[in-house]
Write a protein that binds this ligand. Structure first.
Ligand SMILES: Nc1nc2c(ncn2[C@@H]2O[C@H](COP(=O)(O)OP(=O)(O)OP(=O)(O)O)[C@@H](O)[C@H]2O)c(=O)[nH]1
Ligand SMILES: [Mg+2]
Ligand SMILES: [Zn+2]
Length: 300
């Protein structure tokens, strides 16, 4: 080791460049030389200091990755690394995509990391229906917050408790607004929801990590329309729906896919209401999407 070596945490990444936070809390620009390296928010880099710039020599091994699979197939993309917490934000507007929430919760199970559902814009009302109650029942914290009123945001800060978290969800649900409330100096741009489409306008274009008053770190991400977690094997999806994974040992077949197999504990639980129809439908839709992608990805 030379005096010029340093290690840091990626707090912003744009292709081969980004910002690195080093031990004394300072941040400095870094570059990734060579094609073999790629870094995202949450990565730890071993660098060499040259003229005040950090030249990355190695991306340290990741403990976890949030990785998506494009719906059209093709190369998977890492969104963030080394996460301990994932918060999916929904609001009464734009109209919530509940299946999208299940997909993120599934990704969190598989990473694994802690996950919560954040009902944002609480000043406009809470998301209705049984979905919130069902998530709570299977053990996901449901945090009710309003960036506008500042209510509930401290609970989000406490939940993170020193970890590295990420805010995900549709465009326009108020992710950046939540961060601005928690970290006023963040000064993130926030956008109106388009009157014609009722959708957000994708105001945030890159992921950036912020340090919260409670010591945790939270990554703001651009809103998405859809999300499919990248899986090594479609079978792993069964572990991503925690209430179904808990029942699986009681299925007659050890490799039960909970679709049509006889003496399936998940199908039985669907009948008695222990597993909700909505979560089960999410599971089936996601399984179909993941199987379609893995079939088309097989080598010729
Ligand atoms: N009433 C109300 N409006 C909010 C609240 N939080 C955000 N908004 C509004 O919702 C719109 C979208 O907020 P953003 O914070 O930009 O949403 P985002 O999730 O970061 O969107 P993307 O960056 O596009 O993914 C803005 O017009 C905000 O003013 C809230 O707590 N209450
Ligand atoms: Mg935003
Ligand atoms: Zn089964």
């Amino acid at each position: 080791m030379t005096d010029h070596s340093l290690e840091g945490l990626v707090i912003a990444a744009h292709g081969r460049r980004g910002l690195l936070e080093v031990r004394d809390g300072r941040s400095l620009p870094y570059v990734l030389p060579g094609r073999g390296l790629a870094a995202v928010c949450g990565d730890r880099l071993a660098c060499e200091l040259v003229d005040g710039r950090a030249i990355c020599r190695a991306v340290l091994p990741r403990t976890s990755e949030l990785r998506r699979q494009p719906a059209a197939g093709g190369r998977t993309e890492v969104i963030a690394a080394n996460l301990t917490h994932l918060a999916v934000v929904i609001a009464t507007e734009p109209e919530p995509d509940l299946e999208l929430v299940d997909r993120y919760l599934c990704a969190a199970e598989l990473m694994p990391c802690a996950a919560a559902v954040v009902n944002g814009k609480a000043d406009l009302g809470t998301v209705t229906g049984e979905a919130l109650e069902a998530w709570r029942r299977i053990g996901y914290p449901v945090l009710t917050v309003s960036a506008r009123r500042g209510s509930g945001v401290a609970g989000l800060d406490r939940w993170l408790s020193g970890g590295i978290g990420i805010l995900v969800g549709q465009s326009g649900v108020g992710k950046s607004s939540l961060l601005n409330t928690l970290v006023p100096e963040a000064g993130l741009a926030t956008g109106e929801i388009s009157g014609s489409t009722g959708l957000g306008r994708h105001t945030t274009t890159a992921s950036v990590m912020h340090r919260l008053p409670g010591g945790g770190r939270l990554i703001d991400t651009p809103g998405v329309r859809g999300f499919i977690p990248a899986l090594q094997d479609p079978v792993r999806l069964r572990d991503g729906f925690r209430e179904m994974a808990a029942l699986a040992p009681r299925c007659h077949f050890a490799d039960c896919s909970h679709r049509h197999e006889p003496r399936c504990a998940v199908l039985a639980a669907l009948e008695n209401g222990e597993v909700t129809r909505r979560r089960y439908a999410s599971y089936r839709a996601m399984l179909a999407a993941v199987e379609r992608l893995s079939a088309s990805a097989r080598p010729r």
